[in-house]
Design a protein around this ligand. Structure first.
Ligand SMILES: [Zn+2]
Length: 385
């Protein structure tokens, strides 16, 4: 069974391989102290979704959980992406506080220091205190930048659950004795949707991006996923798998800073409006479950701020019929998204005054009580108490 045991193993091996054992205790103490402090979870309600299908009067029916949560938090009606409208650069801009313009398929790291590196450097936080869990397979480089003075040693742990899942399935297929042919076929069929996602033709060539993950950790995760996919909680989409891994990381490591990247909604590129709407509603449900976990987990309850936003919208229908297919026009439907802040330090309210995606990392830094270096974004005052 996946869950606690394997992540416990994984956590130990991450720590032991990255840091000398003598420092483990010191970091454990620091982690304990920080566990009682403020935590921030960034959720990209991701893959590209328009306000039309979410927080417009007609869209609310697609997002029942967020619609119900909105009055409990602070809602920014206009959170603007002024940068490059690709998934990697849009998300990179959110986590760095600077507009990113790097290779769109994640072969290049963000050019400016991420909030993870900034946090770990400024607060001397250990390697288990910042994580990225991403459905988008091209996000392997999202945890650390190429900026001088920062980089991988200060980066977040990056987990690409779908990559691990594929390895797990391949493992099963490679071992005929592990199960009979019918079983293996059944596993493949069940997981086909998750494994074949590649809406923009990114495909599986990105896998070498998994270089950041320690081989031993990777094998441990892969083995555990092999048993998990036959279990009762087996996911039916990449985002469900991402939620599951996120919840386990929260329970085992209680990181203070976490990016959860959902991506299922990008299925819209395939041209099915109903699949897109289904993905919107699934993302809403998973985000709601994440919020439930925050409130049921004693390490997170009452000290955690959750910032939820789409990394980009999708094209409007005015210029192209079926604008929902893509996100490249740069029209307001594509750039003007929203942000919902929930939890610690957040007063109830709403505003139409625009904020920018690059303000998110600066705001998170202020919540985590450190001054970031070189961010163009500025903290938004309404949710800083
Ligand atoms: Zn896309």
């Amino acid at each position: 069974m996946l869950t606690r045991d394997f992540l416990k193993l994984a956590g130990l091996s991450i720590a032991q391989r990255i840091i000398p054992p003598a420092l483990l205790n010191l970091w454990a103490q620091a982690a304990d102290a920080q566990a009682k402090g403020r935590k921030v979870i960034l959720v990209t309600f991701g893959g590209g979704v328009r306000t039309e299908e979410t927080f417009s009067p007609a869209g609310l029916r697609n997002i029942p959980r967020l619609a119900a949560l909105r009055p409990e938090g602070y809602f920014y009606q206009n959170c603007v992406n002024e940068g490059v409208l690709s998934h990697f650069n849009s998300t990179g801009s959110i986590v760095t506080g600077n507009w990113q313009r790097v290779d769109d398929f994640g072969f290049e790291a963000p050019a400016s220091a991420t909030i993870f590196e900034q946090y770990r450097k400024a607060r001397k936080a250990g390697p288990l205190d910042a994580w990225v869990i991403a459905t988008n397979k091209s996000f392997a480089a999202m945890g650390a930048s190429s900026q001088r003075g920062f980089g991988l040693p200060l980066g977040a742990n990056v987990v690409l659950p779908k990559q691990l899942l594929l390895d797990a399935v391949n493992d099963i297929v490679r071992k005929p004795q592990a199960s009979d042919v019918a079983d293996r076929d059944a596993v493949h069929r069940r997981l086909e949707t998750i494994l074949q996602e590649g809406y923009e033709g990114v495909g599986w060539t990105i896998f070498k991006g998994g270089r950041q993950m320690d081989q031993h950790v990777r094998q441990t995760l892969t083995r555990a996923l092999g048993s998990f996919i036959n279990g009762p909680e087996a996911p039916t989409s990449g985002d469900e798998l991402t939620f599951f891994i996120t919840r386990e990381v929260m329970r085992e490591f209680s990181p203070s800073l976490l990016l959860v990247n959902f991506w299922d909604m990008d299925v819209a590129h395939w041209g099915s409006y109903s699949l897109y709407l289904q993905a919107v509603t699934r993302t809403d449900r998973l985000t709601g479950m994440l919020w439930d976990e925050v409130n049921e987990n004693s390490k997170y309850k009452d000290n955690t701020t959750v910032l939820i936003l789409p990394e980009l919208g999708r094209d409007g229908d005015s210029n192209t019929a079926n604008g929902f297919l893509n996100h490249r026009s740069g029209d307001p439907s594509c750039r003007n998204t929203w942000l919902l802040a929930l939890g610690a330090g957040v007063t109830k309210g709403a505003t139409e005054t625009p904020i920018r995606h690059i303000d998110v990392a600066a705001t998170a830094a202020a919540m985590l009580k450190f001054k970031p270096e070189g961010m163009v974004g500025v903290p938004v005052r309404e949710i800083l108490v």
